[in-house]
Design a protein around this ligand. Structure first.
Ligand code: TNX
Length: 553
């Protein structure tokens, strides 16, 4: 491979690549781990040896413990803890430097996460050599690299259709490949409740069996959830659970009738409308329910964040909605976690009451105040999502200050909102993760003809997911308030793992690069050719992707 080829193998694009000399024979490597790895729970080898094998062996590099006599010599692959690693421009804790020379390979990083990233970069370079017909032959090179943002996520809806532990591990592997570090799980919605809550057993006992269109449901038990988090953490990925409140709650109001004004459980729901279900702040059952659920989720969650939803609550007055936002933030914080929520929590308009009422009436829905009659199933792609905030009445706005606490992570998704509420939230210390639907909603169809997906935010081709700047997404928002980027994939129309992966790939890699690579290093033509190289690895690993005509596969 030439130097250009090395750079052409790395996605997301690294900060800086320095060409070395010659080709290094890497058919076999002997991994050398440091005594203690920061971020590695005080262990000498917090799984790094087996992860090195997991990453490198599919790319044609055999990982051995020692140089066995009689076989080809194993080149040393040293993982080295080094504060000085990474580009000099970055002090990010996930930075690393990968050095490939004739004498061996060194991955240097201040912490475990950077060591993993360096191994991933090495695996991509080796995989490209393998795909080019020269397995184990890697060009000498030095890569200095660090992420632009600390939050590089995917939020995955396992409520509309359920995806179980096997699929979720496959998603974790994919996130790891693109150096992403957050897996958001949308665990609850109108159609199903997907996480066992020990203090509220009826949630999964009554509300996990169904899914959209009457497809089979499922849920993660306490142990499944713990094991998934461990699997993800070993790969540098934090699971962020989302319990969607106080709307998107039909699975909860079906399981616990006491959450409804008439005390009776709502029916199950298999359609794809949104905005009709809700909790009631002044019912005596409501606050104990929130404390039980969010408290259990916080206890079961290893990572720092618990996401309480807050989106698309179309049938609630502002005062009550903001009461929920305050209560959920308080419960999450007092459970020792940092709250996360969708953008509506900033008081940016959580729903246009008139539009929602009209939509509900059209769908044969209920009047405000009663237990909700469920809307009919919408046809895919025609559901109207989100507040048309431009027409939200004044009383649906927060005039001054912000309902959002310092540190709460807001997920921006709907470009129809006006920025004022976000600027106030930023002033109050809110953090922002950018998930603009027209860029990062990977459940949108690629084109009008695409068989899967919705289209309420338009069509999202690969280039749309790539060519945007997270820092320029909200007018006037200070760059320091932006923590990162998230892709989202909602699963109203996605049933199988192939459905899911064909929507994720190739677009997830584009979103990953917006989160990792400095804006000035990013370039569509370069990405477009690198992503074709990635497809060789997807084919090798049997991963489905959509061969968009925007790329010369
Ligand atoms: C909007 S984004 C939603 C979801 C839908 C999705 C479909 C957000 C916070 N809410 O409930 O599944 O659109 O694209």
């Amino acid at each position: 491979m030439t130097d250009n080829d090395v750079a052409a193998a790395i996605t997301p694009a690294p900060v800086r690549v320095e060409p070395g000399r010659g080709v290094v024979e890497l058919a076999r490597v002997r991994v050398i781990v440091p005594d203690v790895v920061p971020g590695g729970d005080g262990c000498a080898d917090p799984g790094l040896r087996s992860l090195a094998a997991e990453l490198l062996e599919p790319a044609g590099v055999t990982v051995t413990e020692t140089s066995l006599a009689g076989s080809s010599p194993a080149v040393p692959l040293e993982l080295r803890v080094d504060e000085a690693a990474g580009p000099e421009t970055s002090s990010h804790p996930e930075r690393y430097t990968l050095t490939v020379t004739a004498g061996g390979v060194v991955v240097a990083a201040p912490a475990r996460s950077g060591l993993l990233h360096g191994l991933r970069t090495l695996a991509q370079i080796a995989g490209a050599a393998q795909a080019a017909g020269h397995p184990g032959e890697v060009t000498a090179v030095v890569v200095h690299d660090a992420p632009r943002y600390g939050w590089r996520g995917l939020s995955l809806d396992i409520a509309r259709h359920f995806f179980g532990p096997d699929d979720l591990r496959a998603v974790v592997d994919l996130l790891g490949r693109y150096k992403m570090n957050r897996l958001g799980l949308h665990l609850t919605d109108d159609q199903g409740w997907r996480l066992e809550i020990p203090s509220r057993p009826d949630l999964v006992a009554r509300s996990s069996q169904g899914a959209v269109n009457g497809d089979p449901g499922g849920y993660l038990g306490v142990d499944d959830y713990a094991e998934l988090q461990e699997y993800a953490a070993a790969r540098g990925i934090v699971v962020v659970p989302e319990i969607d409140l106080p709307g998107h709650v039909n699975a909860a109001t079906h399981a616990y009738g006491e959450l409804n004004p008439d005390g009776r459980p709502t029916d199950t729901y298999e359609g794809i409308e949104v905005g009709f279900s809700r909790l009631y702040l002044d019912l005596p059952a409501t606050e104990p329910f929130l404390r039980d659920v969010l408290g259990d989720v916080a206890r079961m969650t290893h990572g720092e964040w618990v996401h309480f939803g807050g989106d698309e609550v179309h049938r609630m007055e502002t005062e009550e909605y903001l009461g929920f936002v305050e209560l959920c933030q308080e419960i999450v914080a007092s459970s020792g976690k940092t709250p996360a929520a969708w953008q509506e929590a900033a008081g940016a308009g959580h729903g246009d009451a008139e539009t929602a009422a009209a939509a509900l009436a059209a769908a044969g829905g209920a009047t405000a105040g009663g237990a909700a009659a469920l809307p009919a199933s919408g046809s895919a792609g025609t559901v109207d999502h989100g507040p048309a905030t431009a027409v939200v009445a004044d009383d649906l706005r927060v005039a001054a200050g912000s309902p959002v606490h310092a540190g709460t992570v807001l997920h921006y998704w709907d470009p129809r909102a006006e920025p004022d509420a976000f600027l106030r939230a930023a002033e109050a210390g809110a953090r922002f993760v950018m998930a603009p639907a027209e860029r990062t909603y990977l459940d949108m169809k690629y084109t009008p003809e695409h068989p899967l997906g919705l289209q309420w935010a338009g069509f999202v081709e690969l280039r749309d997911s790539y060519e945007w700047d997270p820092a320029a997404t909200i007018d006037g928002l200070p760059a320091e308030s932006v923590d990162g980027v998230s892709a989202c994939v909602w699963t109203e129309t996605l049933v199988t793992r192939d459905d899911l992966f064909s929507m994720l790939l190739p677009r997830l890699a584009a979103v990953a690069e917006t989160a990792w690579t400095p804006q000035e290093v990013r370039n569509w033509e370069s990405f477009r050719s690198r992503i074709a190289t990635e497809a060789a690895a997807w084919r090798r690993d049997g991963v489905t992707y959509h061969p968009t005509p925007q790329v010369d596969w």
